[in-house]
Design a protein around this ligand. Structure first.
Ligand code: NAD
Length: 425
């Protein structure tokens, strides 16, 4: 692709997500990153080098970058959950179209303010509900829209977070404490409630939720476990959450875990990881942290037309999403880790195994979140090229609407009662 048709981006928040999106944009040949705002020096320098950004376009925070006004086609905002609102509002004011990480904000009124500001300014805000852009969920959506299941009656959907992923991100990591980040259903499962609403294509009316933090707490700490894994813990070799296993021995699984620990986006050695483990929460016993987000939760949802949906989020599995969609004419059973969708035809009483490999191959989406990360970067490009439909899939209004289901469910969990969506109006 010629340079002349590349779209220019600025990046606010050069961590794991910001690095992924901008690297994918570069690799696709569709985007050029022209400026970065990131306080952590090694991250800022890594991104600057990768994209050839001059020093005067590298900033320690978003404010001076946005003081320059609009210098690119779009801004990627990939700061932490509570740090989306301020740069998003300023970037909108500058006239930027945005690729904005989810959750839009842990405060519903801030979500609505961003939506209103974007509308008033006439800019697009694409929220990173990357599941919508995966070949897997696109294939399911098409089967539903083609009428394979008839009228949907029930959906059962499970989000297996995985016990190790839970311990890394939602106990030791950025998202363990809801005051510092946001609550579990919003930060992790807003993708799932979004995808369910998208598949059904109708309004959610009311919700009910249970959820607890029952395992990753002090009550479950072995009596002989010290505060930190390397302070002589007798379970160092056997505990599934041992820092030695996850951050030293598991390093070849990818750089993701180590990057959170060391802050380096590139591959670093054991010595750097060991040094970081000395005072980082990633070196602490998983049962002795200040985490407060739930480790298992359910949400029951009632949609228009008597459609009933159950959603389960649980840490206690190896990870992965499973869905079962039941309608008057057919049933779809699918596992996001498999290219085969089982289709039970209720009219002919036959079973078909639908292979969505073809959909994946023809989509040319191959990386990150089952192809979702590349998919959303392609949609952003098309949107900036003037294809309005490209932005429809996860624009800010759709996202805010689906965030409302999440906020209602969390209210239900706290108040122990069914919550009507209209209560949030
Ligand atoms: N869409 C998805 O599937 C998905 C997956 C994971 C995370 N997320 C979301 O993406 C966001 C970022 O997550 P992450 O894993 O990249 O976290 P991260 O901590 O790796 O990255 C956030 C970065 O923002 C930087 N930052 C802090 N203050 C800043 C400032 N004033 N100006 C500019 N940058 C600043 C931090 O130094 C950090 O590098 C979170 O909101 C998270 O919930 C989305």
């Amino acid at each position: 692709m010629e340079n002349s048709i590349k779209k220019k981006l600025i990046l606010i928040g050069g961590g794991g997500r910001g690095n992924s999106y901008t690297k994918i944009g570069k690799d696709l040949g569709k985007f050029e990153l022209v400026a970065v705002a990131e306080p952590i020096k090694c991250r800022r320098e890594y991104i600057a080098k990768l994209h050839g950004i001059p020093e005067n376009m590298c900033f320690e925070s978003w404010e001076p970058l946005l003081e320059l006004g609009k210098i690119a086609d779009a801004a990627v905002i990939a700061t932490m959950d509570r740090d989306h609102y301020a740069p998003a509002m300023k970037a909108i004011d500058c006239g930027y179209d945005l690729l904005l990480e989810k959750p839009v904000s842990p405060d519903l009124s801030e979500c609505e303010e961003i939506e209103a500001a974007a509308k008033a300014k006439g800019v697009n805000v694409l929220v990173c509900h990357v599941l919508r852009y995966t070949p897997f969920f696109r294939a399911l959506k098409k089967l539903i829209d083609d009428g394979k299941v008839g009228r949907i009656m029930n959906i059962d959907h499970i989000e297996g977070v995985g016990n190790v992923h839970q311990s890394h991100s939602f106990v030791r990591g950025n998202w363990g404490n809801s005051v510092r980040s946001s609550f579990m259903l919003l930060q992790k499962s807003c993708h799932d409630l979004d995808i369910l609403q998208w598949l059904i294509g109708k309004e959610c009316k009311r919700v009910q939720s249970f959820g607890h933090l029952s395992h990753f707490n002090e009550r479950n700490a072995p009596a002989d476990a010290p505060e930190r894994c390397f302070d002589g813990c007798p379970h160092l070799e056997s505990c599934p959450y041992s820092a030695k296993k996850l951050y030293i021995e598991r390093k070849n699984d990818g750089n993701w875990f180590r990057s959170s620990l060391t802050k380096h986006l590139d591959v670093v050695g054991d010595d750097v990881a060991m040094e970081a483990l000395k005072d980082s929460p990633y070196g602490k016993c998983v049962y002795k942290l200040d985490n407060d987000v739930v480790d298992h939760q359910t949400v029951n949802m009632e949609f228009e037309d008597d459609i009933i949906v159950t959603f389960t989020m649980s840490a206690f599995n190896l990870g992965g999403r499973r869905i079962r969609i039941m309608g008057t004419e057919g049933e779809l059973i699918a596992d996001a880790g498999s290219p085969i969708i089982t289709y039970n035809n209720l009219l002919t009483q036959t079973t078909e195994q639908i292979n969505i490999d073809d959909a994946i191959a023809s989509d040319s989406i191959v990386s990150g979140h089952g192809g979702g990360d590349s998919g959303i970067m392609c949609a952003l490009y098309d949107l900036l090229e003037g294809d309005a439909d490209a932005g429809m899939l996860s624009n800010i209004s759709i996202s805010v609407k689906n965030h409302r289901i999440v906020f209602a469910a969390e209210k239900s969990r706290h108040e122990g009662r069914i919550v009507e969506l209209c209560e949030l109006d």
